[in-house]
Ligand binder design. Structure first.
Ligand code: ADP
Ligand code: ADP
Length: 229
């Protein structure tokens, strides 16, 4: 597992509108830190900076002490895993979709990842909407099932750092709970940054950062923040 550190990061998409105004925090190796805050607070911007889709105007982002501005974007993609809000699947088998990123993985590893994400009963199936010729191998996946494919893919990839971006936003509450449990399994013992809108969806973060207008307004454990109201 790796350590992720933001060191006084300042960022704006356009000069007249700062988004991050000197943000510092550390996700220690193997720990989970969650970021909450209102829409527009700059939470998703954090993940875009981690992947170097944008560069900070000042400050540094470090993975295991190394400034990511010195790391190739491709190596970052290997080191970081992301379960996005919406997963677009390739029109090939679920197994192919899980293997994406690690095509050389052993079949047993794919099965194990699928089992942890609880989609092992249909890994040879195809997501629906591709090939009408495939007959009964075609399958209509729900939003929750698609997300589980993304989770299995991430389990197989075993990244040093995991970024979960409000992964359960579009799901009904039963599915949301199921996905949450699968995600907790993925993040166990793995350095994880969770981006969420509501404090209530965060269960097992070691620290929660409350973002407000580009700064960390409050930080603490779930209990500490609840006590403050
Ligand atoms: P959050 O995830 O907390 O809702 P974001 O990080 O997505 O917030 O966005 C923070 C602010 O930056 C928002 O006001 C948003 O409109 C703005 N923003 C996001 N992406 C861009 C962009 N590519 N160009 C200009 N402004 C952007
Ligand atoms: P690959 O590394 O196999 O080429 P992708 O280019 O699809 O795969 O994505 C690399 C990593 O970047 C993945 O973990 C993916 O979830 C993440 N990623 C892709 N698009 C975005 C985005 N818009 N914001 C944040 N992360 C992203």
């Amino acid at each position: 597992a790796g350590e992720l550190r933001f060191d006084d990061v300042v960022f704006a998409y356009t000069p007249e509108r700062p988004i991050l105004r000197g943000v510092s925090f550390t996700v220690p190796a193997g720990r989970t830190v969650a970021v909450v805050g209102p829409s527009g607070a700059g939470k998703s911007t954090l993940s875009r900076l981690i992947f170097r889709f944008y560069e900070p105007q000042s400050g540094r982002i470090l993975i295991d002490g190394q400034d990511i501005s010195e790391v190739q974007q491709e190596s970052l993609r290997d080191a970081i895993g992301m379960v996005p809000q919406d997963t677009v699947l390739f029109n090939d088998t679920i197994e192919y979709n899980i293997r994406y990123g690690r095509p050389d993985a052993l079949h047993a590893e794919v099965v194990e990842a699928a089992r942890l994400a609880r989609i092992d009963t249909f890994i040879t199936s195809l997501p629906q909407g591709y090939d009408t010729q495939v007959g009964e191998r075609g399958l209509k996946l729900s939003g929750g099932e698609k997300q589980r494919v993304a989770i299995a893919r991430t389990i197989l990839k075993a990244p040093r750092i995991l970024v979960l971006d409000e992964a359960t936003s579009a799901l009904d509450s039963f599915t949301e709970r199921e996905i949450q449990q699968a995600l907790e399994k993925v993040s166990e013992g793995r350095t994880t940054l969770v981006i969420a809108h509501r404090l209530s969806t965060i269960v097992n973060a070691d620290e929660i950062l409350v973002f407000d207008r580009g700064t960390i307004a409050e930080r603490g454990t779930h209990l500490q923040l609840l006590a403050k109201g």
